[in-house]
Design a protein around this ligand. Structure first.
Ligand code: SAM
Length: 344
């Protein structure tokens, strides 16, 4: 769990009860027809502006019901499992300062909310449930308010398009990200950690102008965009075509040419046989371990490798997998429960 708001969404399939960041595909039109809680996605995922506005914006008086469930750490797995079964459209999670977790469910289906509340009370009697009504228009505002500018390292600030003219950037470079379903608005610790590491490497002169990078698991394109704005050029790959659409859109928003940031659907196989001065991969521990040999191979001799998306407790195993492929001891950069590994 992170201290930032975390979206757990998507739901035709059970969501694994893991504390790693999960990336989920966005809703399809088919999902929208069948899911009981369409409004939740409207609120939490920017992409749904496009997909859901015909359903919701026409009726601004529509009421959503919000159920807040606050529970102690010990009940986390039970509640995640229960919500996975009952709330197919997803929920939000937030770690509270006292160690409790706030689970937030939105839905216009009062019966479903009641069912969830009863199930929670039966399984986790110590959980506190609070129901409230929210009008959709409030939610539109709330959703926008969530995407505040995020400063990362000394060099970057990640912000949504509507805040570009309202934000004093100082000497920072603005990475403008349209918040959609692709991961990478800067609000998750792993993105911020990675950008902070890249900012430090730029400050140290270890990476810079003219170098070529690989941004594996590019998501919204946020890291690649930051590198291009800092004078590098390279490629971003992601196995999720929806993320790629968002990365392409963000490349345009940031006025970056294709020759400076090539973006495509795919993974490490797509760059086999080539190498890069900077390889950055903010994915998850397991795929990073599985791809260790191939990732090490595409790092140029003397190049830099940054791995993120790792829980701090996973870093030893990930580091060992890369050391087994010939790399030395990495630098560890810790940001709460998340860590990045840096070979430089
Ligand atoms: C945690 S997000 C990071 C997004 C962005 N780079 C950032 O730092 O915010 C991880 C991304 O990796 C992608 N991904 C997962 N496994 C992958 C793989 N084996 N190869 C390429 N991309 C992968 C996911 O689709 C997702 O967009």
């Amino acid at each position: 769990m992170t201290d930032s708001l975390q979206y757990v969404q998507n739901a035709r399939v059970p969501i694994p009860c893991t504390r790693e960041v999960e990336y989920h595909r966005p809703l399809s039109a088919e999902d929208l027809k069948t899911m009981p809680c369409k409004s939740h996605h409207f609120v939490t995922q920017g992409v749904l502006k496009k997909e859901l506005s015909p359903l919701l914006v026409n009726d601004m008086s529509e009421q959503l019901i919000r159920l807040d469930i606050t529970a102690p750490e010990a009940a986390y797995d039970t509640l995640t499992g229960l919500l996975t079964l009952k709330v197919s459209s997803g929920w939000e999670e937030q770690s509270l300062d006292n160690g409790d977790t706030l689970f937030r469910v939105h839905c216009e289906n009062a019966g479903l909310i009641q069912d969830v509340e009863q199930a929670v009370q039966a399984m986790v009697p110590e959980a506190e449930c609070v129901r409230d009504n929210v009008v959709v228009q409030d939610w539109l505002t709330a959703w926008k308010e969530f995407f505040t500018p995020v400063e990362c390292g000394t060099r970057f600030v990640v912000l949504p398009p509507w805040l570009v003219d309202k934000t004093d950037l100082g000497s920072r470079k603005a990475i403008v990200i349209e918040p959609k379903s692709a991961f990478g608005t800067g609000h998750h610790a792993t993105t911020a950690l990675c950008l902070g590491v890249l900012s430090d490497l730029l400050d140290e002169g270890r990476i810079g102008q003219g170098m070529r990078f690989l941004d594996l698991g590019t998501g919204s394109g946020v890291l690649g965009i930051g590198l291009v704005l800092s004078g590098l050029a390279g490629e971003g790959w992601d196995i999720d075509p929806i993320a790629i659409d968002n990365a392409l859109e963000n490349r345009d928003i940031n006025k970056i040419a294709e020759k400076d940031f090539a973006i495509g659907t795919g993974s490490i196989d797509a760059v086999a046989g080539r190498d890069f001065d900077v390889v950055v991969a903010n994915i998850l521990a397991r795929p990073l371990m599985e791809m260790a040999r191939d990732i090490v191979t595409v790092k140029a001799a003397g190049g830099v490798l940054v791995l993120s998306g790792l829980l701090t407790i996973q870093t030893d195993s990930v580091a060992a997998a890369y050391q087994a492929c010939g790399l030395g001891e990495p630098e560890r950069v810790v940001g709460g429960e998340w860590s990045a590994l840096v070979w430089k």
